[in-house]
Write a protein that binds this ligand. Structure first.
Ligand code: NAD
Ligand code: TDX
Length: 356
């Protein structure tokens, strides 16, 4: 049994689906179901006794204590977070609460649970913390990609809250001996990503004939990784990572934002041509994001050399898959945009409430 937090969000739900496709080890999935959590992502697991969903908050330590005692997981894989940089600029409080306080609560629960395990169970136990490359700050064009030894220089409320959580995880290892692992990954894309992030937003807006907003000059650079490759990297680190270490995960796929948006427009022109002409006509340059980091790039040699992990998708194959998924699942986008998926959830999924 493993405990996954945030397993109804974008990466967490991909991880749970991939995990249960690859093995029969059950998952208890703790998710608060914020706007970003969507149980319909896990509809394929309805009635599957290997998946135990619990709606609840990682800040609720008493709940996490109960879940650990009841399910006795051999690992915690911690995805739950507020994850959108723009939201963190407009309302940073939830980011500090969930990302910092929530990770603290989870660590405290894990520490108590771990202390009561047998020696054998203690040796097997892992707390894997899923984090981001944004903690390293912004690179200039001539800088080398981030390695695990780069100093932390977070610039947004989101990245500052993730950096704080990474530090807590590190401290719980060094001070209390909790067997932790941390992964710092670049920008993910793929199925089930909430259409507030660049790639799904551009696909959804293009199909709806709406403007495709590009912040600033469109020359900001991100490294892009297909979500399935992130999930396989996490599985490798969980299985064979060295306790106390951090691992960067990245796709060696640096792209400017304008390149990304133009690529999506061109693929959509082939796959779903619009009567009005190329989707590029919808591109609109808009005022920049405050404090917008210029460039992220990941040096993923450590996880490649030490654990043998390599991404399976190129950007070209991954973006085609992703666009195909959004074209086939336009109802999903409409539901998450208008909130009606919550009705779906009430009628189609039996929830275990945190106040049980
Ligand atoms: P997401 O916003 O899609 O999902 C977050 C999930 O966490 C949601 O299901 C939400 O309901 C849940 N959640 C939020 N607050 C909670 C709380 N207090 N208690 C319990 N559950 C709560 O995020 P994502 O993009 O899937 O990111 C997952 C993790 O990966 C995050 O920790 C994020 O920082 C990290 N990460 C994301 C990316 C990316 O490109 N999306 C890249 C690197 C790292
Ligand atoms: O409408 C937009 N227009 C635009 O130009 C949006 C939503 C974004 N952008 C730009 C901002 C970034 O330079 O595109 C780039 C990507 O933006 P986001 O999708 O918001 O991602 P980013 O800010 O890079 O952060 C993401 O990657 C790292 C995730 O949201 C984080 O959770 C993860 O840690």
């Amino acid at each position: 049994m493993i405990l996954v937090t945030g397993g109804a969000g974008f990466i967490g739900s991909n991880f749970v689906l991939d995990w249960l496709q690859g093995c029969d080890e059950p998952v208890v999935n703790l998710d608060r179901l914020t706007y970003a959590g969507n149980l319909s992502n896990l509809a394929a697991l309805q009635g599957d006794s290997r998946h135990h969903f619990v709606q609840g908050d990682i800040c609720d330590q008493a709940l996490v204590d109960r879940l650990l005692a009841e399910y006795r997981p051999r690992a915690i894989v911690h995805f739950a977070a507020e994850s959108h940089v723009d939201r963190s600029i407009h309302g940073p409080r939830d980011f500090v609460r969930t990302n910092v306080e929530g990770t603290f609560s989870l660590l405290e629960a894990a520490r108590g649970y771990w202390a009561r395990l047998s020696n054998e169970e203690q040796a097997e136990f892992r707390f894997l913390h899923v984090s981001t490359d944004e903690v390293y700050g912004s690179l200039a064009a001539e800088d080398s990609p981030f390695t695990e030894r780069n100093a932390y220089e977070p610039n947004s409320p989101y990245s500052a809250s993730k950096a704080a959580s990474d530090h807590l995880v590190r401290a719980w290892h060094h001070t209390y001996g909790l067997p932790v692992l941390t992964t710092n990954c670049s920008n993910n894309y793929g199925p089930y990503q909430f259409p507030e992030k660049l790639i799904p937003l551009v696909i959804a807006n293009a199909l709806a004939g709406k403007a495709l907003p590009i912040y600033g000059d469109g020359q900001n650079v991100r490294d892009w990784l297909y979500v399935g490759d992130h999930c396989s990297g996490i599985r490798e680190v969980l299985a064979r990572g060295v306790v106390g270490e951090t691992y960067n995960i990245g796709g060696w796929n640096e792209k400017t934002n304008i390149e990304i948006v133009e690529t999506i427009c061109d693929l959509l022109d082939d796959l779903a041509p619009a009567a009005e002409g190329s989707y590029r006509r919808l591109i609109a340059f808009v005022p920049d994001r405050p404090g917008h980091d210029r460039r992220y790039a990941i040096d993923a040699r450590k996880i490649a050399d030490e654990l043998g992990w390599r991404p399976q998708e190129t950007f070209e194959s991954g973006i085609r898959k992703t666009i195909g998924w959004y074209l086939d699942n336009q109802a999903w986008v409409e539901h998450v945009q208008d909130g009606s998926y919550r009705d779906w959830l009430e009628t189609n999924y039996r929830l275990r409430r945190s106040d049980r």
